[in-house]
Structure formats: structure tokens, C-alpha cells
Ligand binder design. Sequence first.
Ligand code: SF4
Length: 382
Amino acid sequence: MTIPELNLLTRSAISDTEWSDSRWHMRNRITSATKLRRWVRVTPEEEAAIIESTVKYRWSVTPYYASLMDPDDPSCPIRQQAIPASSEMGEYPGAEVDPVGDTIYRKTNRIVHKYPDRVIMLITEACPVYCRHCTRKFHTTNREGSYFRDGEGESFADDMRYIAEHPEIRDVLLTGGDPLSYRDDKLEGIISQLRAIPSVEIIRIGSRFPVLLPQRVTDEFCEMLAKYHPVWLNTHFNHPKEITAEAAAAVDRLLRHGIPVGNQTVLLKGINDSVATMRRLMTELLRIRVRPYYIYHCDNVTGVSHFMTTVDKGLEIMDGLQGHITGFGVPQYVVTTTIGKIPLVRPYHRLTREGMQLRNFRGEELLLSGPAYPTADPRPAE
Ligand code: SF4
């Protein structure tokens, strides 16, 4: 079925068979204000931004993700992540297309080797939804971008050879774009080649499909992955609204096939930059058995800078998580740079002449002293 021209289509207008089929969602992706109008009341500002920004940036939204949007509220966190804004075209001081240094560390068409024991493999530039805050906006979304230029279809021989010739690489992260944009058989072809390299211990997949189109995470897909264990999957929930029954079911399918699921959140102004939202997000993730892994400080990426908030805000949020929710529900807050990911933490201890002064999440203090604890001014031995 093709989606009928309706004002404000609801989920119930679509059959269960179609709704549960990821190919139906991909065929019916929203790529114009006219199509978006079937799901939300598009504001004049949104419509103008769609027209202005789609000259430069790709845009598409799955019907599933559109169904999570508040039809009447343009500040809805799903709308802000998925619908272009005029700010994307603004000029921001220091903004760069690659502030994290992918291009510095790119060794082959697909391999970025930044850390000693692991690499990322950029296998595609395609995504089901082109998130407006994407760190790789140049690669995934910019119409004149892509690190591949025309090379996405090139053979993987050089990439696999690079990994095989560097036995220190024990961990390969497939990313993109979104690797699940490929069909299962194509993905299996890549994963099976990696598994044939003896030094590759773990394979990780970075995918936002559990959030943007969880129907793509089928039992068949999970069975395929389970043949190549140990396989891990990291996804990218940014707001509690994204944790739906469909998303929970996709996570459950992965877990039942032995694939641990972690989450990376990007700190986004106006979307999740409050203690209350982040607490709710992290505890909801734990409820569906997803382990929060990172909160990324939003990078100063061209076309994304308007989502940046301050590091002070990020630290305030971390103070609102640490001690307040289950310990393993507290992710690490990091800033990604050309020299790697740097953890950002407000210290929970300071050194005094007497020993180590600790502060807990309530602001209560305690001194630990004795030979095991450092002091600010160690006395020279007599
Ligand atoms: S799915 Fe991931 S890679 Fe694709 S646009 Fe969204 S954030 Fe970027």
C-alpha cells in the first residue's frame, strides 16, 4: 500500500503487516513537507527550513519515527532530531565538518584507526533517518559530502587486508552511516570476512535502527549475527520518548541472541539537556536492559552547532545522575576530539594535608586518611 493523502495519518491507518515490515517503512520514507504533513502540523518555519536545507543536506524520516512526533508541538524532541531547522544553515565559530578527526586517521576507504587496539569501519553513508545532529553529517547527510566520494561500492579487500596486517586490532566497530541499511546477506558477507581474521576478537555494530526503525531488527538478522559471536551492538537513544514497545522488542530480540546492547546519547540543547530527562532516559534504558555507555558532548560540527550546550550543563547532568540512579546506569560523559575521547568529570575528591577529602552525591563530605591515601603535601620521610 502507498500511504494515502491524509491530514494527520495515525498508526491505526496502516495494517500490522505493513507496520511490522521495515521495507515498507523504507519505501514510504518521508522526504517532503507534503508527506510530513500526514503526521504532524508542519509549521511555516519547518516548511521553510525543509526547503532551504534539503538543497544542502539529505532528509528522510521513517513513518515509524514520525509516528513518535507530537503533531502539534514543534519543540517535540523527536521533531527536533528529525525535521530540518534553519539553524543548520547558520555560521558558527569553530564549526568543522570533521572535528573528531576521522579524516586524519583514515587508513583505507573504510578504516579509521585512531586507538591502538581497535578500528572503525565506515561501511555505508546511508541511514533510515538523517538525524539533524549527526556527528558525521558531512559523510551521511551532506549532498556533496561522503568520505567515500563514489567509493561505497568498492571491494572490501584493502580494508580487510589492513586489519589482517595489524594483529593489534582486536575490536572492529562497523558503522557508517548505519550498517543495518545493508541487507542481511551483504552484512553477513562483511562480518564473515572479519570473523575469518584470527586477531579480531570482538565485532561491534553501531546502529540507530533500534530507535529509528526497530522493525529492521528481525529474528533472522539476530540469528545471522549470533553465528559470529562475540558481537556487540551499540545504539543511540536520546530521549525517553524513543523507548517504545517496538524498540524494547527489538532490544529483547538482540539480547535473546546473546548480543549485548549499549547506548550512546548525544547531549542536545532543547532535547535532553536537563537532569530530569536524562534520569528518565537512563532508567528507562535499564528497564529495557540497555546499558548506558556514553553521553557525548555535542561536537561543533558544521550544520549541528545549534544543538551544542555547555560543558557546565553536561557536568550538572552528571551530578544529577551519579548516586541518584543505579551505578551501572550512569554513562561516561565524554568529548570526542582529534586526540580521542576525553572523559569529563567533576572530581569527587580533593587532597588535603590530612588525607583525601571525599564528597558524595548529596554534598556530604568524609576524610579518608592513613598510609593508603594521598595527601596534598606529603611530608618527606625523616
Ligand atoms: S543514524 Fe547515526 S549515522 Fe545516521 S544520521 Fe543518525 S546519527 Fe548519523
